[in-house]
Design a protein around this ligand. Structure first.
Ligand code: ATP
Ligand code: MG
Length: 423
C-alpha cells in the first residue's frame, strides 16, 4: 500500500524552480539599489533567544502575544523563530560593536520570517522580508533617505499605484500626553466593546488605532490625533522629512492616525500600501526606533528602518506589468550516449564542457536512440551531442542543432569552442 504523503505546514510555501528567477531578480535589484545608498548586507540568525523579541517588539503586541513560534530547545532554553529582523540587527549591532565604526551604519538583510497568524491571501506563517536599517543618526535627512531608497527600489521593481503614508509618533516628551488623551477618549468610546478589547485599549491605547476590526473604525475615525500634541521638535522633524521628500519628487500623505504594530517606534513612521492587494494591502512598513539599541544594552543610538514583504511585492510584479518571469536559463547542450562505453565518455565530456562554462545535461539510464532523443528534445537544449561506438572509435561527436534541424560530425576537441561560439 502506498504510504501517506507528507505535505508542508499550513501557511508555509515552497518556492518552486519556475518561481525562483523572479525572487532572485528582486533580491538582486534590492542589493544593487541599496548598495548605491551605501548599505551592506548582514545575515542574522533565523532563531534567537525569546527575550530579544519580547524586550524589543513589546509584550503587548500581537506579534509577541500571539504570533511567535517559541519553543524550548533540548537544553531548556526558550528560543523563537524570528518574526522580524530589526531586533536581530540591533542585537548584532550591539554584540559586534558596529557603533565603533564612523558614520551611519547602513545594513540590510533578506530572508524568511515566521509568525503564527491565520493563513489567508497575503498572510503566511513563513514569509520573506527585505529589511534595511540605518543606525547612528537622528538627522531627518536619514529618515528621508531611507524613504527615497525604498521608493527608488519599489519603482525599479515595477510597482505602480502605491500610496506612501507618513506620520510622527512623537517623542518621550509629547507622546505621553497624547497617549493619555487617547486613553481617556477610548474609555468612553470603547464602552460597547468586549472586555478584552477595552482592557488592551487601556494598556496600549495607540495600538487600538492599528486595529483592522470593522467595528472599531468609527471609533478610530473620531479619536484625537497626535498632530495636536507634537512639540516643536517633533513638528520640525516631520517638516524636514517632508521637505526632503518633496525635493526628491516623492508623493506622500501625512496621516496622523498611522501607528505601527510594534512598540519600539518613535518620531517618523511610514507605510506603503497598494490598491491592488485586497485586505492585506501593506507592502512595506517602517519607522524610527531611537531607544531600541539602548534597550538592548548598547549605547544610545538613534536608528530608522523598514521591512518590505516579498510575497506581497512579488504579487504586484506578477502578470504583465513590471518584473515578469522570464524562462529559466536554457541548457547549451544535452548529451546522448548510445551504449555502455559511451555512458562513461558522455559523463567525462559533460564535465569538460561544464568546466568550460557551458550549461550541460546528459541522458541517464540509457535507452533507445529514439527515447533518448525525446529526452533531449524535452531538455530545451539547442544542441544535442550524440556519442555512439562509431564516434568514440573516431574521436568525434555528432552535433545536432535542434533549432536548424541539421547535424554534423566534429572532432571531440572542437566541441567546446564550437558550442561556446554559439553557432
Ligand atoms: P499587517 O498590517 O499586514 O499585519 P504588519 O504591520 O504586521 O503588517 P510588519 O511587521 O510591518 O507588518 O512587516 C512588514 C511587511 O511584511 C508588511 O507590510 C507585509 O508586506 C509583510 N508581512 C507581514 N506579515 C506577513 C505575513 N504574515 N505574511 C506575508 N507578509 C507579511
Ligand atoms: Mg501583522
Amino acid at each position: 500500500m502506498a504510504r501517506a504523503k507528507i505535505t508542508s505546514v499550513r501557511g508555509v510555501k515552497d518556492i518552486l524552480p519556475e518561481e525562483s528567477p523572479r525572487w532572485q531578480r528582486v533580491e538582486a535589484l534590492a542589493r544593487e539599489t541599496f548598495a548605491r545608498y551605501g548599505y551592506s548586507e548582514i545575515r542574522v540568525p533565523i532563531f534567537e533567544r525569546t527575550e530579544l523579541f519580547a524586550r524589543s517588539i513589546g509584550e503587548e503586541t500581537d506579534i509577541v502575544n500571539k504570533e511567535m513560534y517559541t519553543f524550548d530547545d533540548k537544553g531548556g532554553e526558550s528560543l523563537t523563530l524570528r518574526p522580524e529582523a530589526t531586533a536581530s540587527m540591533c542585537r548584532a549591532y550591539v554584540q559586534h560593536a558596529l557603533y565603533s565604526q564612523p558614520g551611519v551604519a547602513k545594513l540590510f538583510c533578506i530572508g524568511p520570517m515566521f509568525r503564527y497568524e491565520r493563513p489567508q491571501a497575503g498572510r503566511l506563517r513563513q514569509f520573506h522580508q527585505i529589511d534595511a536599517e540605518a543606525f547612528g543618526s537622528e538627522d531627518p535627512s536619514v529618515d528621508a533617505e531611507v524613504i527615497v531608497m525604498l521608493a527608488d527600489f519599489l519603482s525599479a521593481a515595477g510597482l505602480k499605484d502605491l500610496s506612501l503614508q507618513v506620520n510622527n509618533l512623537g517623542d518621550a516628551e509629547c507622546r505621553p500626553a497624547y497617549s493619555r488623551a487617547l486613553k481617556e477618549y477610548l474609555r468612553e468610546a470603547a464602552q460597547g466593546l468586549g472586555p478584552e478589547v477595552k482592557e488592551r485599549a487601556g494598556r496600549n491605547p495607540l495600538r487600538f488605532l492599528d486595529s483592522k476590526d470593522p467595528d472599531h473604525q468609527a471609533i478610530i475615525a473620531r479619536a484625537p490625533t497626535i498632530d495636536r500634541y507634537w512639540n516643536p521638535a517633533c513638528r520640525a522633524h516631520l517638516d524636514a522629512v517632508c521637505d526632503r521628500l518633496k525635493g526628491a519628487g516623492i508623493r506622500y500623505e501625512v496621516n496622523p492616525r498611522l501607528v505601527r504594530g510594534l512598540d519600539y517606534y518613535c518620531l517618523t513612521v511610514f507605510e506603503v500600501t497598494s490598491s491592488h492587494l485586497g485586505a492585506q494591502n501593506a507592502v512595506c512598513g517602517g519607522g524610527r526606533y531611537d531607544g531600541l539599541v539602548e534597550e538592548l544594552g548598547g549605547p544610545p543610538t538613534p536608528a530608522i528602518g523598514f521591512a518590505i514583504g516579498m510575497e506581497r511585492l512579488l504579487q504586484l510584479t506578477g502578470g504583465d506589468s513590471g518584473e515578469s518571469a522570464g524562462p529559466p536559463a536554457a541548457l547549451d547542450a544535452f548529451i546522448v550516449p548510445l551504449g555502455g562505453i559511451a555512458a562513461a565518455e558522455a559523463f567525462a565530456l559533460a564535465g569538460e564542457l561544464r568546466r568550460g562554462g557551458l550549461r550541460v545535461d546528459l541522458s541517464f539510464g540509457g535507452g533507445s536512440m529514439k527515447s533518448q532523443m525525446r529526452r533531449a528534445g524535452r531538455s530545451g537544449a539547442r544542441f544535442v551531442l550524440v556519442l555512439g561506438d562509431d564516434e568514440i572509435a573516431k574521436g568525434t561527436v555528432t552535433l545536432r542543432d535542434m533549432r536548424e534541424s541539421r547535424q554534423e560530425e566534429l572532432p571531440r576537441a572542437e566541441i567546446l569552442s564550437k558550442l561556446s561560439s554559439g553557432v
